[in-house]
Design a protein around this ligand. Sequence first.
Ligand code: ADP
Ligand code: MG
Length: 703
Amino acid sequence: MSENVNIAEIFGEDVFNDTVMRERLPKKYYKELRRTIDEGKELAPDLADVVAHAMKEWAIERGATHYTHWFQPLTGITAEKHDSFISPVRKDGTVILEFSGKELIKSEPDASSFPSGGIRSTFEARGYTAWDCTSPAFVRHDAAGAILCIPTAFCSYTGESLDMKTPLLRSMEALNTQTLRLIRLFGNTTSKSVKPSVGAEQEYFLVDRERFLQRKDLIYTGHTLFGAMPPKGQELDDQYFGVIRERVAAFMKVLNEELWKLGIPAKTQHNEVAPGQHELAPIYSDCNVAVDANQLTMEVMKKVAERQGMTCLLHEKPFAGVNGSGKHDNWSIVTDDGINLLEPGDTPHDNVQFLLVLTCILKAVDEHADLLRESAASVGNDYRLGANEAPPAVVSAFVGEQLQDVLSQLISTGMATSSKQGEKMETGVRTLPDFMKDATDRNRTSPFAFTGNKFEFRMVGSSESIAPPNIILNTIVAEAFAEASDVLEKAENFDIEVHNLIKKYATEHQRIVFNGNGYSDEWIEEAERRGLPNLKSSVDAYECLTSEKSIKLFEKFGIFTKEELESRQEIKYEGYAKEVNIEARTMIDMASKSLIPSCLKYSKVLAETVKELRDAGADDTAAKEILYEVTDLTIEAKNALQKLIDDDAEAVSKGDVRESAEFCRDVVKADMAALRAPIDRLEMIVDKDYWPMPSYGDLLFEV
Ligand code: ADP
Ligand code: MG
């Protein structure tokens, strides 16, 4: 048994948090820094020097030798370049360790090697990372030693954002401004700022590392591109919340400890639906902190797994035939003095501010459903959305029975006079305590579900950054609040006007609300009748980034310029085509060099068996039938392989990134499926000793 830990003692020990700052900074500077962080003031150079010095001393005590500006370029993962604290060696051969305010607040990585979608050309390579002092610096320990990591935003020389954090911070600022306008109208004069709170539930798979290394598809693409279903999948529903295997439990223990030290409040852990699948959820925090924490969580998961002889798969669909992984983005809006604007109270029908907030959000989601869908678009997530295990590609909102009833009253009579209440739970067992049911049941199939005092956006893929969905949520809701405030600030009779607005929004955006089964075919038909967009592939979704409506929205709130949107769109088309291309080439490699040759070897053995049986005068029927079957399927695979080779070459040769992406979506992906089908059937026939890689069964059940 490994030793026990005291969470309170280790929590945040590697974070330059408020307590450390208070201890280590002269009072005057501490106060100034606090103001900078809390009120978003600019960081003065002398303050930066003092903070940098304190940070360096603290980091060195924690063993740090290097620092890095830790940022999130448009690759979807984090980037870092390490610099040691060493400054020029002195004449006497000794060194001093330095870290200046300038080095803390700004760094200059070469921007030309990161995706920029045409914004940067290689000859104008300057890019800057700038400290986001609202997300704490931390020391990370791994094989590289200890490194002081400073969360930063990444921009080009000309000020365009080249990362996820810059637009995220801009969107938080927009939401702050517009929400303050709205709550002032309701008489709130005390709240000073508003931030979105976010908690991201993270799903993942663990597989044995030795077996992982025997599969090229896992190595190159993070998921399996071939693989027949084992005799047992997830049909018994015996995995979800099941007893956690020792090996996995040991992983979770170390993972939790590492996260706690980094100040990430890991809270919940359990087995997920598929064999080999698990989940971790932290306690929610400020939006940008939660985004950083989620990136860090994914990194730590991978490292801890590796140290324990396993590999953590964060891909959206590691295995066909069992559930894939997602990330639920829980989102609410909270003031600095702790008021959650999504808290309905016990009687939502007379909570006018809540009803306006709710209907504004419904309006925002209805008007920009395409953008929300796009924010969860990726090659990996295309394997999952709409496959009856994750929400469909159609965005709708679940509000639950109680709020639906209030909205219906508003729409039909213009007045809401009551709220359905939770009833007493009858278990039928005397010894169980009585308790009150929630007024509303849950819905597991909705992409955007109201869950008590937050919305839960469930489309996001497990490997993706949660920055994009939060940028969209913050911005579209800021727009809805701005429009409501425009009307209400001019209203002669506020009460009447607010009431009219709520009714108007509820009525006009009814179509986005759906409380039924989001996995059913009927809903997809119904959604089409309602005129809701159904953007099945990521390639379909990328288009909306540069629609007139989107450009207007993003420019109005200073989140993205038209050029930034165009560049991001280009990066996405290109990224899609590249990723599908890698998958196709991996399949080609595996089929040509390993799978088909193995089938041929086995055919040879079968042919020899047939001959031997015949020579011995024995019945060769069975051997012959298997031989024919293997031969037919191998021919089918060989033909499919050739088609994939040809079409993939065509996809690559297209000059336009969008055309290339569309060709991948329509042709290459179909070819990949056509190659996979005969190979998966062969896997079920060919002697296991001849199959060149671990099976699904080996990977999923023998962790
Ligand atoms: P549920 O059971 O509805 O999924 P949980 O309480 O398990 O809710 O929380 C799921 C995630 O949502 C956790 O990460 C949690 O911290 C986060 N969460 C809870 N309340 C809020 C809130 N008000 N705003 C944002 N996230 C929240
Ligand atoms: Mg949840």
